[in-house]
Design a protein around this ligand. Structure first.
Ligand SMILES: NC(=O)C1=CN([C@@H]2O[C@H](COP(=O)(O)OP(=O)(O)OC[C@H]3O[C@@H](n4cnc5c(N)ncnc54)[C@H](OP(=O)(O)O)[C@@H]3O)[C@@H](O)[C@H]2O)C=CC1
Ligand SMILES: CC(=O)[C@@H](O)[C@H](O)COP(=O)(O)O
Ligand SMILES: [Mn+2]
Length: 382
């Protein structure tokens, strides 16, 4: 029986991971973690009986300890707790369902302890992919993509040779503001941007979908996961989110992965790879589906992709600045301290201000993150 630890179990990916576990009934859960949502974490502890539960702060951990005093689950907190969760001797796989580049250290710790990674936490790969992919190879662990596009690419690549790939096509929904122009975007509020047309996800990634920064992050993520140069990665809008991505091969053949938009499929694929299980999601109905549409992304209106390409081309610590500035800007937008288009300005200005480190180590990545956040706080926060 496989045993997993779920980092970020109370979020969108975390709860869907536990749903996959619940429906299959043959995976054990060794550890769970949340930031502040101890109420849900308590429920999860009572249902899945993990050995360890980690809360974001010592205050939240103290609350959780009281709540689950009648169980055998031990409670830890903060980054030390996440690293302990990542390295639990009982677990085979770490599901990285936490949001943001805070996932870097526990993900690296898990790889060092020989755990496979079911990776949803794309920010970690965007900022530290040059450290993580070689570390995984050295420790002979698998990085199994959970992000829907990357899981689709991974499925389409099965059996194909790396050298035979002509292009990876990442699909984008276009987000809630598809078709709008900059003038209309100026006044968009968080409640507008949080209405994703096809997916129900956490707040941060939903805003990233609206700016198309999510697609930018996903281009960089795909580069690391599949060892592909930027000119072999394209983006095409597929507004229904039915085609999750495609691989075009040298002979002109294109393989696509199509399914209803439901993250439980990629989560299940990553957890059971290379086996396929019975579906836990609704099947595509070709009797009612009339067409599958594609269009070009509007990169003039939505700067998420061009900004990411700039960060990827300049490389090194610039990827950290792109990601950290975006994390900070999205938080400010959600707090209604800045407008929607300010997200792009903050990222661009933070990148202009930064002096690039070509091949940053972990310490330099974390220092760059802090410097970027401090620089933004000094200019855009109270
Ligand atoms: N949601 C989706 O469908 C998809 C998500 N992804 C990626 O997966 C990752 C998770 O996304 P999603 O599930 O939507 O995010 P959510 O915001 O829904 O969940 C985030 C999880 O991380 C925890 N967390 C947040 N901040 C901290 C912190 N500082 N310390 C400890 N724990 C923390 C949250 O705890 P609490 O509940 O207590 O706040 C929660 O468990 C992201 O990297 C996202 O880009 C990729 C593809 C699809
Ligand atoms: C479900 C998933 O993987 C998200 O990353 C999704 O792709 C977001 O949709 P967008 O295509 O709108 O960014
Ligand atoms: Mn995605």
């Amino acid at each position: 029986m496989k045993t997993i630890a779920v980092m970020g179990s109370t979020g969108s990916i975390g709860t869907q991971t536990l749903d996959v576990v619940r429906r299959n009934g043959d995976i054990q859960v060794a550890g769970l973690s949340a930031n502040r949502n101890v109420e849900l974490l308590e429920k999860q502890v009572r249902e899945f009986h993990p050995l360890l539960a980690v809360a974001g702060s010592e205050e939240a951990a103290a609350d959780l300890r009281v709540r689950i005093a009648d169980t055998d689950t031990r409670v830890a907190s903060g980054m030390d707790g996440l690293i302990e969760l990542a390295q639990m001797p009982e677990s085979d796989v770490l599901v990285t369902a936490i949001v943001g580049m805070i996932g870097i250290r526990p993900t690296m710790a898990a790889i060092e302890a020989g755990k496979d990674i079911a990776l949803a936490n794309k920010e970690t790969l965007v900022t530290a992919g040059h450290l993580i992919m070689p570390l995984a190879e050295k420790n002979r662990v698998r990085i199994l993509p959970v992000d829907s596009e990357h899981c689709a690419l991974f499925q389409c690549l099965q059996g194909g040779k790396h050298g035979e790939v002509y292009k990876l096509w990442i699909t984008a929904s276009g987000g809630p503001f598809r078709g709008k122009k900059r003038e209309e975007l100026k006044n968009m509020r968080p409640e507008d941007a949080l209405k994703h047309p096809n997916w129900s996800m956490g707040a941060k990634i939903t805003i990233d979908s609206a700016t198309l920064v999510n697609k930018g992050l996903e281009i960089i993520e795909a580069g690391f996961l599949f060892d592909m140069p930027l000119d072999k990665i394209g983006v095409v809008v597929q507004p229904q989110s039915l085609v999750h991505s495609m691989v075009e091969f040298c002979d002109g053949a294109i393989l696509a992965q199509i399914s209803e938009p439901d993250m439980r499929l990629p989560i299940e694929y990553a957890l059971y790879y290379p086996e396929r299980r019975q579906t836990v999601i609704p099947r595509v109905d070709f009797h009612t589906l009339r067409q599958i549409a594609f269009e070009e992304p509007d990169t003039e209106t939505f700067s998420g992709i061009p900004l990411a390409l700039r960060a990827a081309r300049e490389g090194g610590s610039m990827r950290t600045v792109f990601n950290a500035a975006n994390e900070q800007a999205v938080a400010l937008f959600l707090q209604k301290k800045i407008g929607f288009l300010d997200i792009y300005d903050i990222i661009a200005q933070a990148m202009d201000h930064h002096r690039r480190i070509p091949d940053p180590d972990l310490g330099q990545i974390l220092e760059t993150e802090k410097a970027t956040r401090d620089w933004i706080k000094g200019r855009w926060s109270d």
